[in-house]
Design a protein around this ligand. Sequence first.
Ligand code: NAD
Ligand code: MG
Length: 407
Amino acid sequence: MDTARNIVILGSTGSVGASTLDVIALHPLRFKVVALTAFGQVDALFDQCIKFTPLYAVMVAESGAEQLSVRLKAAGSSTEVLCGEQALERVAALEQADTVMAAIVGIAGLRATYAAVRAGKRVLLANKEALVTAGPVFMGAVRSSGALLLPIDSEHNAVFQVLPANFNGDLGRSGVRRILLTASGGPFRDMPSEKFATITPDQACAHPNWVMGRKISVDSATMMNKGLEIIEASWLFNADEKSIEVVIHPESVIHSLVEYLDGSVLAQLGNPDMRTPIAYALDYPRRIDSGVSFLDLAAIGGLHFSLPDCARFPCLKLAREALRAGGSAPAVLNAANEIAVAAFLTSNLPFDRIPDLIEDALESAAFGPVESINDVFRADRTARDFATQWLTDQKLGFRNRSMQVHA
Ligand code: NAD
Ligand code: MG
């Protein structure tokens, strides 16, 4: 038996984080959890610490860290509680760890994910926003540190699985013509756009096939998730924008495909459950039990495909524009989207205005090069300020509109 893998989970209390611990729990001798982190979910992190006995637990929120520390001590736990954002970077680069699951949501996870990459870890990348916003810097650090980057996003994990095993970043030499990312189309795939204005946060978060955190669920509903995934794929697989297609596939059984020059199309299939890509990456290249139920194709009966509708889902088009523009444009897209989604989730922005805010943020921004993480955060800050001001300016407009609707 090989020695155990020592794992840090950034964002362990989230959907991907919890699924990672579910897979780890099936293989107690193979994986040792050395650090867990959360923003402020004391109860959930406490339970995880008791079950997985990490060396460190990081709680970003100060009051939560104090509570967690007191409770763990009272329970006789030897887990050391650290607090604040810098502690995330510290555990991401921990000497005792060889593997880091990056599962914080949003650009909030960038610094810690980047720290893991720079420390040359095996990085299991769920936090797509880190790569989307900081692509050139992030991939540069992967090359110079020798980190192994394993995609967790189900589509990218599928592409990774069906590319040649010795893929070296040159799609043309590998005989690849196109990457086809599948998309379920989200809960509003067939809804006429006139009804988008009345969509509630709970409706948007009720994804037909996947159970996920609220931010990515809204992204799936607007199809910005697929837009971010196009950008993510371009960095992971060194693919230009034109060679990445999106195909709507409502069953979410085919997780993505690679088309080769000879006409072959290779796909990875499975039940829509994140434990499969997580298990694949956790012990890569060895395959391990994930706890996922096996695919029953006859029971599914049929698989369907269609083209995405960019008129009803303009976020797809906006993401492609940002990718083509390059530099800080994806960071601007991401920042405006994070602000828009947060405003929608708190009922401060109607669903149908999410793309408007992002489009205006992109139009108003002066894109610059991304040569350092600071460049990313500068673009992020400016776009957030713009988006926040946009929301303030529009507030009166929304109020007027809803008064007209109710009149
Ligand atoms: P989630 O909201 O369920 O969990 C997020 C985790 O990050 C939590 O542990 C939370 O405590 C932590 N966190 C949130 N804000 C933080 C902050 N400011 N600082 C530090 N930690 C913070 O999210 P999720 O659905 O698990 O998604 C995580 C990432 O994985 C996202 O980038 C998402 O796009 C990606 N992803 C998720 C899925 C999925 O099925 N959920 C699939 C593919 C990719
Ligand atoms: Mg995905």
